[in-house]
Design a protein around this ligand. Structure first.
Ligand SMILES: [Zn+2]
Ligand SMILES: [Zn+2]
Length: 745
């Protein structure tokens, strides 16, 4: 008998081992197996198949041991792993590595998982009162502590008291307790205890829904009887979470589990409290910041007879074992942080969640105020159900969104800084009333883009409709999709008078400016520089929620589904920079960001005010934003995508070549592109150096594939892997690393 094992190493496919006779009867698919690999090492992998065919031409080694009696991976999980490896062109071993908590896959037979232990104390039942009195006759303190412990146990009807509890009793000291133990009046034990919190009881029933919410709930239930996936498009503050709570209750009643996916760990704490209130300890939390010991225990609990019925978490919670999954909720489904970047597998958690639900016979609900173009497209063409919720909960008004024409103000010499007079005035008025202000100054990644200082026009690639980036050596503008180069113009070709300059200031200067203008207020800045680590991010959010700061200046980090109760004004300082990012999704991101940012204002009592500063207010995207017109934006953007051949009309795959010698990686990427063009012809763009062309001492080159949506993934996969093998067959290109990003964001 043989088994095929998946090892948590960046290697494709399975490895075959033979099963020693004495453990043969115990082997099951999905079980862990410790196997020798390489010369001296041992790894813990997962059994994917059990069969009778030895692999030909190689010596098959024996499995070392089977550490568990039961599978730790369900058949649906194996199916999902194989799908991820196939679709995202990732080695199966990488998927295994990403999916399993690291303590579940020990190397070299060293287990790092440590059960949590606690010491417990109980009275020695063999001691009678005569012996007791004799032993304690001249020890007042010991006698007192002994009777305190006895009273505690009697009153609490417990057999044992924990070390933690005993240390809180009156008259406790370590020496006194030790004397009682030495005299064998008290016996101690060490017990394994769970790290998982079990003691939470629900405090409330789900709130009753408004008429609009109730209607949406009914529509969701109805569409999900026909379709596997439904999109809930509900404006910001529409009360989507309470609808989710009702759906979870419904799923619980059917005896099924719910997975609630969120894009950011930072958002889980806000939401967890709310869900705990209704579901108590039926709810488990799972994400990458939870310690490995605890992750391992959550995994074990999910395999047990009493698994969590609801899991709330970030991307990685997709990989837990669910045995009776009924519903997957993907909240803020448009968020880019659902996509894994590095390392592989570069999967999209939303799309993978839909597959998980599919394999488990469950349903998926996507929710967003600003759906991704792909999801809305799928909903409009009937692949998904679509439910729209267009009013805010509790009669809160939509914010008033106003455009500020900075071009006009500049002409009239009214712009003294990057902040316009209307934004300064509204900020002052809000602060006067003790309300808060958020200012966005966005910068996505690093890409030097030229912008007209008068009309905000940006040079674009005529072929790709993409903003061009400025390169210094040689001095030229370059398209980062197709590698076409353009001379650098000196004057604006749109207004004819403006000068082209690299895009403006960062958040730091904005913070300085606000401090100068409003010296009496507390200004906090939130961006990648000030929020190293998640905790810094959460601390800053909490401080703002608790009104310890008045003005928050930040990047798009701020717009992500956070709830603030006292924000009156939201300012978007340079909206043009946002939509000029060299990315075909820049308008979509801009629309989402402006709308989500606007949603942070005016939640409870008053209508919020949103000011968008732009030098080009005639662009239609601004009118869709001010009019809260998602459908209008969608229609227009979709037409652009169709014209220039972008998703959802094509499928993109980005191929990255990496090597520490610059001209070698250039030649290798050119060679690979030539190989690919033989079959894929004009679908192959590049190679091009990316905006940041050197990372960790490695030079990068990118090739972009724009494939027709009907092109079979199986064929693309075979062809790509064949081309990669031919590249690596050239001796000098052997060590050029090739990686794939399918559906890159
Ligand atoms: Zn181009
Ligand atoms: Zn201009």
């Amino acid at each position: 008998m043989y088994v095929d094992v998946i090892l948590p190493l960046p290697l494709p496919g399975f490895f075959t081992y033979s099963l020693p006779a004495e453990i043969r009867h115990r082997a099951k698919v999905g079980q862990r197996a410790v196997v020798p690999f390489g010369k001296r090492k041992h790894y813990t992998g997962i059994i994917a198949r059990i069969h009778n065919q030895p692999a030909e031409g190689i010596t098959v080694r024996e499995i070392h041991s089977l550490p568990d009696n039961q599978p730790v991976i369900t058949p649906q999980q194996l199916q999902l792993w194989e799908w991820i490896a196939f679709y995202y062109l990732s080695p199966l071993g990488d998927v295994c590595k990403a999916a399993l908590p690291s303590f579940m896959k020990p190397e070299d037979l060293v287990t790092r998982y440590l059960p949590k232990e606690e010491r417990y104390y109980r009275l020695n039942p063999k001691i009678d009162s005569t012996t007791l009195n004799g032993l304690l006759a001249r020890a007042k303190k010991q006698k007192a502590l002994f009777s305190t412990i006895r009273t505690f146990l009697d009153e609490s009807r417990q057999e044992m008291i924990s070390r933690q509890a005993v240390s809180k009793l009156p008259g406790y000291s370590a020496t006194t307790l030790k004397s009682l133990i030495d005299k064998e009046l008290i016996i101690h034990h060490t017990l394994k205890i769970s790290r998982l919190e079990e003691s939470r009881t629900p405090v409330r029933e789900p709130f009753s829904l408004s008429e609009a919410q109730q209607h949406a709930l009914e529509q969701i239930t109805e569409t999900l009887t026909e379709k596997e996936t439904t999109l809930l498009h509900g404006v910001t503050s529409a009360g989507k979470t309470e609808i989710y709570i009702h759906l979870i209750c419904h799923t619980l009643k059917q005896g099924k589990q719910t997975l609630y996916l969120l894009p950011e760990i930072a958002l889980t704490s806000q939401l967890t409290e709310r869900l705990r209130g209704v579901f108590g300890n039926k709810l488990g939390i799972y994400h990458s910041r939870i310690g490995d010991n605890e992750r391992t225990e959550i995994w074990q609990k999910m395999l047990s007879e009493t698994p969590y019925e609801i899991i709330i978490g970030a991307r990685s919670s997709l990989f837990l074992p669910y045995r009776k999954l009924g519903l997957v909720i993907v909240d803020e489904e448009h968020e880019t942080s659902f996509k894994q970047q590095d390392p592989a597998p570069r999967y999209h958690a939303r799309d993978t969640a839909i597959m998980l639900a599919h394999f488990s016979g469950a349903k998926t609900l996507l929710g967003s105020a600003t759906p991704s173009l792909e999801s809305y497209y799928n909903a409009r063409n009937g692949k998904y159900g679509l439910v729209t919720l267009s009013e805010r909960f509790n009669g809160i008004q939509m914010p008033r969104i106003q455009l500020v024409n900075t071009r006009e103000l500049r002409k009239r010499k009214k712009m003294k800084s990057i902040l316009s007079p209307p934004l300064i005035d509204e900020t002052a008025a809000a602060l006067e009333k003790g309300e808060q202000v958020i200012l966005f100054r966005n910068r996505r990644g690093f890409a030097p883009v030229l912008e007209c200082n008068q009309c905000a026009w940006t040079p674009k690639c005529s072929h790709c409709d993409l903003s061009l980036t400025l390169h210094k050596h040689p001095w030229q503008l370059l398209c980062h999709y197709c590698n076409r180069s353009y001379p650098v113009p000196t004057t604006c070709s749109s207004c004819g008078t403006g000068k082209l300059e690299p895009q403006g200031l960062g958040t730091e200067q904005l913070e300085e400016e606000m401090k100068r203008l409003f010296p009496g207020s507390v200004v906090a800045r939130m961006d990648a520089d000030t929020t190293h680590g998640r905790q810094a991010y959460e601390r800053m959010i909490r401080a703002f929620q608790e009104r310890k700061s008045d003005i928050l200046v930040g990047t798009q980090m701020l717009s992500k589904g956070l709830d603030f109760d006292h924000v009156r004004v939201v300012g978007i300082v340079s909206a043009d920079a946002l939509i000029h990012h060299p990315d075909f999704r820049s308008h979509e991101r801009g629309f989402q960001l402006m709308t989500q940012a606007a949603g942070r204002s005016g939640r409870k009592n008053e209508q919020g005010i949103v000011l968008i500063q732009t030098a080009d207010p005639m662009q239609s995207i601004y009118h869709h934003v001010t009019g809260h017109d998602y459908a209008g934006f969608f229609k227009e953007e979709l037409a652009e995508r169709k014209q220039f051949g972008y998703p959802p009309f094509t499928r993109l795959i980005r191929i990255t070549a990496k090597h520490h010698v610059e001209n070698l990686v250039e030649r290798a990427a050119t060679h690979l592109a030539t190989l690919l063009r033989r079959e894929l012809k004009q679908c192959v763009l590049g190679p091009v150096p990316p905006p940041v062309a050197r990372i960790k001492r490695q030079y990068l080159q990118e090739i972009l594939l724009k494939l027709e949506t009907g092109y079979p993934p199986q064929r693309v996969r075979q062809f790509l892997l064949k081309a990669e093998a031919s590249l690596h067959a050239v001796p000098s290109y052997r060590y050029v690393t090739i990686s794939y990003d399918v559906d890159p964001l």
